[in-house]
Design a protein around this ligand. Structure first.
Ligand code: GAL
Length: 637
């Protein structure tokens, strides 16, 4: 795994660049990501490019022995461009246009902006596409960051009408699919259809789901336009995009199929603070991040990268110290930055790049740490990058093969649950994360895969939930010969967001014969007793000839099994998940560990890595030794 950093030469006097480059090398870095926000400096006036500074910056980095990851600058269209076509900005759900003065203010559907994006990408690729310092391209920056996937502009509305026409052929077919007879929502032509916002109460969930699918397709096609240009003008140079954490607003599997290397931006402390974690977890891990946050995304994004090209992935931005954007922004425990770096290697990353080289003394992110302080002295993370580089040099390249366990993850499932949660504590990402965690605390390596992935060769397959069952999926599960666990709400909707004929789990009845007759959601704080676990958040009544494998205290079935397939009819708590993982692993002959709180392991082909995320020293039985806080143990396998 190569180390790198995110660098903004345009922020610093040119006289500093050579010394910066020298210090990067000295710190053990090999890669520098540059350029992704530099449009106003690359094209200060419409049509007048200024390549001189970027030529010199790239040459300076190259001369020091560094390679460059060059970002296309389309996340930050300059003021003059917005002024020449003011309708290129995204319109939010409340109908308000985005103002200029931060970033990501464009609408993915605006044809004029797409043409401008293609123009600047073409110019950049013509200039640098064959430069010897070029290691990789990055398209744009964090598609969707700051809630920017959905736009409700005229451009989006008109593109959506075309999308609907292509999908349904006739407006009658759309009306029937969506159930528009309800509340007199029928349309006489595609031209009458608007985006599903500004309605008095909720819009039709089928309308929303298609709007989300459409918006996701717009992200994918926007990206593909850039990738096509880069591949044409820079043949052989891999293309990446830097995805985000806990983010499901577009189909990352679809975008992933169009690039060569899926990368993501890892901010474990910010994510712990901003997401659903309990008060106890936030307190226990505030300087480390929850032990499954980084790992979950490593495994998710490895699975977003095309398998045919080796499932290449990496970390494009690694938190180096306090960030600026969470509600509270603590500093990592000494050792954590190195630990996060090595953990990426343990999951098979090909690069980890710290965000950012030097803390900026100006503008929005002046409170965001870097490897250097604004005065160029080393910040705490610099020594940790060096330490990680030394460890990586010692252990050599790492590769990961297929993990024993597959967890099926679906962006469409996230949208479907999000559009109609039915209980406000039913959160798709949290459910998937809990199931992942239940595997990781038992020492299992996990591949997180799209529903259409090849599941053969896995020894256990878990599907936290999959409301819409893609064609062929039920038969694929039925044909497996390993234990399979399906979560609640699986098969509960059709393609067009309706209850399936014959009720849930729809098509999955081919894998397990049961019918969900009623569902209920439970507010936080309600926990109904069962043998050794509790029923919280969600419960389904099931009719089946199968006797339940597990029931609650009132005798209602909770888990059903049929051959190798199990169905769990509640939101499983940690105790139930633990029991189900044990049953599946026992059947599959997969050995489990009982890792102490805060300890995780991950195996590559050559090494087993053990990490201590706890804030204190922990005795680790499988090692027979104690690991200090924020420390690791690496052993040949
Ligand atoms: C990322 C983004 C970077 C920077 C960073 C700060 O989301 O890609 O440009 O803003 O966050 O943590």
């Amino acid at each position: 795994m190569k180390l790198g950093c995110c660098y903004y030469p345009e922020h610093w006097p040119e006289a500093m660049w050579a010394d910066d480059a020298r210090r990067m090398r000295e710190m053990g870095l090999a890669l520098v990501r540059i350029g992704e926000f530099a449009w106003s400096r690359l094209e200060p006036e419409p049509g007048h490019y200024d390549w001189g500074w970027l030529d010199r910056a790239i040459d300076t980095l190259h001369a020091a022995g560094l390679e460059v990851i060059l970002g296309t600058p389309t996340a930050t269209p300059p003021k003059w461009l917005v002024d020449t076509m003011p309708d290129m900005v995204a319109i939010d759900e409340k109908g308000r246009p985005c103002g200029f003065g931060s970033r990501r203010h464009y609408c993915f559907s605006h044809e004029g902006y797409r043409a401008e994006a293609a123009r600047i990408v073409t110019a950049l690729a013509e200039r640098y596409g064959r430069h010897p310092a070029l290691h990789m391209w990055q398209t744009d920056n964090e598609y969707g960051c700051h809630d920017t996937v959905l736009s409700f502009s005229d451009a989006a509305a008109s593109a959506f009408r075309g999308w609907c026409a292509a999908r349904y052929g006739t407006v009658e077919a759309l009306n029937a699919a969506w159930g528009n007879v309800f509340w007199s929502m029928e349309y006489r032509s595609f031209a009458e259809i608007d985006p599903p916002h500004l309605t008095v109460t909720e819009a039709n969930p089928a309308h929303w789901l298609d709007y989300r699918r459409f918006a996701s397709d717009q992200v994918a096609s926007f990206n593909r336009e850039q990738v096509d240009i880069l591949r044409r003008l820079s043949p052989g140079t891999p293309v990446t995009h830097n995805f985000m954490g806990f983010f499901t607003e577009f189909d990352h599997h679809a975008v992933g199929r169009d690039i060569d290397v899926a990368t993501w931006d890892s901010y474990p402390l910010g994510f712990l603070e901003q997401f659903w974690f309990s008060g106890e977890e936030k307190a226990a891990y505030f300087r480390q991040g929850h032990p499954d946050i980084a790992a979950f995304h490593h495994d998710l994004y490895r699975g977003c990268s095309p398998k045919e090209s080796g499932s290449r992935w990496g970390v494009m931005e690694q938190q180096p110290g306090p960030v600026n954007w969470a509600r509270f922004n603590p500093a990592p425990l000494p050792g954590m930055v190195a630990l996060w770096t090595l953990e990426a290697a343990a999951h098979g990353a090909e690069l980890t790049s710290y965000f950012r080289w030097r803390q900026a003394p100006f503008a929005q992110e002046q409170m965001h740490a870097g490897l250097l302080r604004p005065d160029s002295t080393e910040a705490e993370a610099a020594g940790e990058a060096r330490a990680a580089a030394a460890v990586l040099a010692g252990i050599g390249p790492q590769t990961t093969g297929q993990a024993p366990v597959a967890l099926v993850f679906s962006y469409e499932a996230a949208w479907t649950i999000g559009i109609q949660p039915q209980g406000q504590n039913f959160r798709y990402l949290e459910l998937a994360f809990e199931w992942y965690q239940a595997l990781r605390v038992r020492g299992l390596d996990v591949d997180i895969l799209a529903p259409d992935a090849d599941l053969s060769g896995y020894r256990m397959v878990l599907v936290p939930t999959l409301p819409i069952i893609p064609a062929g999926f039920a038969d694929k599960l039925a044909a497996l010969d390993c234990p399979v666990l399906l979560g609640p709400r699986s098969g509960s909707k059709t393609e067009s967001f309706c209850i399936p004929e014959g009720l849930a789990p729809g098509d999955l009845k081919r894998a397990i014969p049961l019918t969900v007759t009623r569902v209920e959601s439970l507010r936080d704080g309600i926990a109904e007793a069962a043998e050794g676990f509790t029923v919280t958040r969600w419960r389904e009544d099931v009719a089946s000839g199968l006797a339940p494998e597990l029931s609650d205290k009132a005798g209602r079935g909770v888990v059903y099994a049929h051959g190798h397939v199990r169905y769990c009819a509640i939101w499983p708590d940690r105790a139930l998940l633990r029991r189900l993982v044990e049953r599946m692993a026992g059947k599959a002959g997969v050995p489990l560990l009982d890792l102490p709180e805060g300890i995780r392991i991950r195996r590559t082909a050559a090494h087993a890595f053990t990490f201590n995320y706890a804030a204190e020293s922990v005795f680790v039985p499988h090692l027979g030794e104690t690991l200090g806080p924020a420390s690791w143990h690496i052993a040949p396998r």
